[in-house]
Ligand binder design. Structure first.
Ligand code: FAD
Length: 140
C-alpha cells in the first residue's frame, strides 16, 4: 500500500543552507534505495516534509528522522493512503524559500507567520499539490 506522511518540526540550533543541502543529499541517496519520494522545506526555523512510499519504508524513515539531533518537536500532521505519488520524480525535492513560494505558504497559513502545525491535512495536501503544479520543487 502506498502512503503519504507529512510532518513538521523545529530546527535545533542554527541551520543554514549548507545543512539543508546536506540533508537533501543524504535523503536523495537513501530514499532512492527504498522507493521513498517527497519534498522538504525550511522556513523560519520550521521544517515541513512530505514522505511517500510503502508503509514499511515511510514508517522506518520517519522514526529515523525523528531521532535526528538537527531538529525537535517532530509532529505528524497528516497520514493517508494514496493511489498515486505527488512527488514521483523526486527522491527528495527541496522547496526553495524564495519570495513566490513564501507568499504561497502564507496564503495557506491561518496566522501571519508560516505555521504548518496549525494547518489542516487537506490544506497541506493542497499546498504541496500547488507547489508541484507550479514547479516550485527542485531536485537539489
Ligand atoms: P549519515 O548521514 O552518515 O549520519 C549518521 C548519523 O549522524 C545519523 O544518526 C545522523 O542523524 C547523524 N548526523 C548526520 N549529520 C549530522 C549533523 N550535521 N549534525 C548532527 N547529526 C548528524 N534522511 C533520509 O534518508 N531521508 C529523508 O527524507 C530525510 N529527511 C530528513 C529531514 C530532516 C528535517 C532532517 C533533520 C533529517 C532528514 N534525514 C533524512 C536525515 C536522517 O535523519 C538521518 O540523518 C539519515 O537518514 C542518516 O543517513 P545515513 O545512514 O546515511 O547516515
Amino acid at each position: 500500500m502506498l502512503i503519504r506522511l507529512t510532518y513538521a518540526s523545529r530546527t535545533k540550533g542554527v541551520l543554514g543552507p549548507a545543512d539543508v543541502k546536506d540533508i537533501i543529499r543524504t535523503s536523495q541517496s537513501n530514499n532512492a534505495k527504498v522507493g521513498v519520494t517527497g519534498a522538504l522545506l525550511l522556513v523560519d526555523g520550521v521544517f515541513l516534509q512530505c514522505l511517500e512510499g510503502s508503509v514499511a519504508s515511510v514508517n522506518a524513515l520517519y522514526h529515523r528522522i525523528a531521532l535526528d539531533p538537527r531538529h525537535q518537536q517532530t509532529s505528524i500532521l497528516a497520514f493517508s493512503e494514496i493511489d498515486r505519488r505527488l512527488f514521483g520524480g523526486w527522491s527528495m525535492g527541496l522547496v526553495p524559500a524564495i519570495a513566490d513560494n513564501l507568499s504561497l505558504l502564507f496564503s495557506y497559513s491561518p496566522a501571519l507567520a508560516f505555521d504548518p502545525f496549525a494547518m489542516k491535512a487537506s490544506a497541506l495536501d493542497a499546498l504541496f499539490t500547488e507547489l508541484v503544479a507550479r514547479a516550485r520543487v527542485l531536485s537539489n
